[in-house]
Design a protein around this ligand. Structure first.
Ligand code: FAD
Length: 547
């Protein structure tokens, strides 16, 4: 039987060099088509290019390490730099302008569970802070180095990347938690299986990182979010080993796996994770369609989500994101033809909304799901344009993240934020988020290019994912302040509307102040009590998630 494998030919080769001050493999460049450049220049003005701070100078500024010698710990300055940040906008500002201030004292790279335990004991003996490090792809300040009198150790999971056990009968696989997306999928695909967890950061993020940040993949509607895929595991905590057996289901009291999911390094190190796997789907196809307006598109995806149709993904772009996608697509002639066709069918910019609909599984189920879903699209006056747009999305599904490098080089900063909220509030909240970002930048006499999509739809509501692009300022403080005011007013809008502060990126440091709005005072103190019980010395990633 033919099966749909993940297209891995766009992934970095084993020895690819990772950018030290940006996203991804150094050899991969994502070009900005002329139409995209024009859209930005006309919308927000020409970018302000900033000269990159040189690596050598940044390395010179790293203070001497306070770390005592240990055979598993390195104090190499470049390694310390690489483990002192994630991928948030403040992290980029710190690297590109050379203003990063705090650095870990050392990086431990244990190769076995026993070595992780040994490192935790060593850290306890020397009263160190420990920050578990997966792939370093956090976008909300999970890996920020705290201001502390205590030594700070990054505990990297990079050597813990093996497949421990695959049980085809139980559809379970156990991996060491530092395994990255491509390594994990390649090992499962060999046996005809898949985990099916594809966050956009797939190339670099790790299984352990996904679990402790409650990550969501692009096809999570079909395969499940990571909390559904995570069956059990082993956690090395300062208080001892926490074992989480992979029962298919259990009524034996509260589920302790929920303490680990979303714990963001606060309770210990997830060393091994057992995940639920699936047979590789026979079919995996993505279809493109357009709606005459946002309202019709939103009604259609809500109807599809509520009708128990087994689709794998939906991504409904609002009009500005639709225009941006088309401008970034390149292929000038094909896009012109597409626009003419849509005009003939009565769909016009600036109202038209693009939508991608994905189906995975057996030929019979995917064709029934496609029939049902596309019937809903047509019922809401949508126009189906076939698979070409879906194929282009599949080809670039991990590549579009590289555009952030290109845009920064041209003088533009990009950030994203996201929430999930019930259907009755989706449109107003999306508009509120975009308006609050626009107003925050306008207060600094700057314009912003802001757009959104719905990409994880549920019967009860949807995630909202907003991207905003603004011009860099000459001074790093000004860029940071502009970002901060946009981020803060968008987060306040989310919380005031009753949305969650994160559908997928987690809390880290950047969302911490908004968590109480959804957990309540008692909820926050319950979390703190659990963390203190498992980590009495408050050494594990302090200051993240809750203060
Ligand atoms: C370009 C880009 C696209 C992204 N797309 C998505 C997306 O589609 N969906 C999504 O959900 N997220 C996405 N993210 C966010 C990020 O990739 C996820 O939060 C991811 O789960 C982080 O995994 P990581 O291995 O990189 O963890 P890290 O960034 O290394 O760490 C994140 C947190 O987890 C802790 N941690 C990591 N490993 C362990 C472990 N083994 N034990 C205990 N604690 C640990 C760290 O201490 C830290 O608090 C994206 C990020 C980028 C930069």
């Amino acid at each position: 039987m033919a099966t749909a494998r993940m297209n891995t030919n766009q992934l970095p080769k084993g020895m690819a060099m990772q950018r030290w001050n940006g996203w991804g493999d150094e050899s991969i460049r994502m070009p900005l088509p002329t139409a995209g450049q024009e859209l930005l220049e006309n919308g927000i003005g020409p970018g302000r290019r900033i000269l990159d701070y040189p690596l050598e100078k940044l390395l010179e500024r790293i203070p001497p390490s306070r770390m005592p010698l240990h055979p598993l710990i390195s104090t190499d300055p470049k390694l310390r730099l690489d483990h002192s940040h994630g991928q948030s906008l403040p992290d980029w500002v710190g690297l590109r302008y050379g203003t990063l201030k705090r650095f870990v004292d050392g990086v431990a790279r244990p190769g076995t569970v026993e070595e992780v335990e040994e490192i935790l004991k060593f850290a306890a003996a020397h009263a160190m802070v420990v920050i578990p490090y997966g792939g370093g792809t956090s976008v909300v300040g999970h890996l920020d180095v705290p201001q502390s009198d205590r030594m700070v150790l990054s505990l990297s999971l990079e050597r813990l990347n093996r497949l421990v056990h695959l049980n085809p009968e139980n559809l379970l696989a156990t991996f060491e938690a530092g395994v990255r997306g491509p390594q994990l999928e390649q090992q499962l695909n060999t046996g005809g299986f898949t985990l099916g967890h594809y966050p956009q950061s797939f190339e670099y993020s790790t299984l352990g990182g996904w679990v402790v940040t409650r990550s969501s993949g692009q096809q999570s509607r079909h395969f499940g979010r990571i909390e559904h895929l995570f069956a059990g595991g082993e956690v090395a905590t300062p208080g001892g080993a926490l074992k989480l057996p992979p029962f298919p289901a259990s009524a034996a009291g509260p589920d302790l796996r929920q303490i680990l999911l979303g714990s963001e390094g606060r309770i210990g190190v997830l060393t091994r994770a057992t995940v639920k796997i699936s047979h590789l789907p026979a079919k995996d196809a993505v279809y493109g369609c357009f709606f005459p307006s946002w309202e019709q598109g939103q009604h259609a995806v809500r109807a599809i989500a509520g009708a128990a149709i087994p689709f794998a993904m939906i991504r409904l772009s609002n009009p500005t994101e639709t225009a941006t996608n088309l401008a970034l697509a390149g292929h000038h002639r094909q896009i012109a033809l597409l626009k003419s066709y849509l005009r003939l069918r009565g769909l016009r910019a600036p109202e038209a909304c693009m939508c991608l609909l994905g189906f995975s599984g057996s030929a019979r189920i995917t064709s029934a799901a496609r029939r049902e879903a596309l019937a809903q699209v047509r019922r809401h006056k949508g126009v189906v344009v076939g698979k070409a747009m879906g194929n282009a999305w599949k080809k670039n599904r991990f590549r579009s993240a590289y555009l952030r490098n290109t845009l920064w080089d041209r003088g533009y900063a990009v950030d994203t934020l996201e929430t999930a909220i019930t259907w009755d509030k989706v449109t107003a909240t999306m508009q509120g988020i975009e308006n609050s970002i626009t107003a925050a930048l306008a207060a600094r006499d700057e314009r912003v290019h802001v757009f959104s999509h719905l990409s994880h739809v549920y019967p009860t509501g949807s995630s909202i994912y907003t991207t905003f692009v603004f011009r860099l300022f000459k001074r790093p403080e000004a860029t940071l302040e502009a970002w901060q005011s946009a981020k803060q007013s968008a987060c306040r809008t989310i919380v005031d509307a009753g949305g969650t502060i994160s559908h997928q990126h987690g809390v880290g440091k950047d969302h911490r102040q908004y968590l109480q709005a959804e957990k309540g005072e008692l909820g926050i103190s319950t979390l703190k009590t659990v963390f203190d019980h498992l980590d009495p010395g408050q050494r594990m990633n302090p200051g993240k998630l809750v203060s």
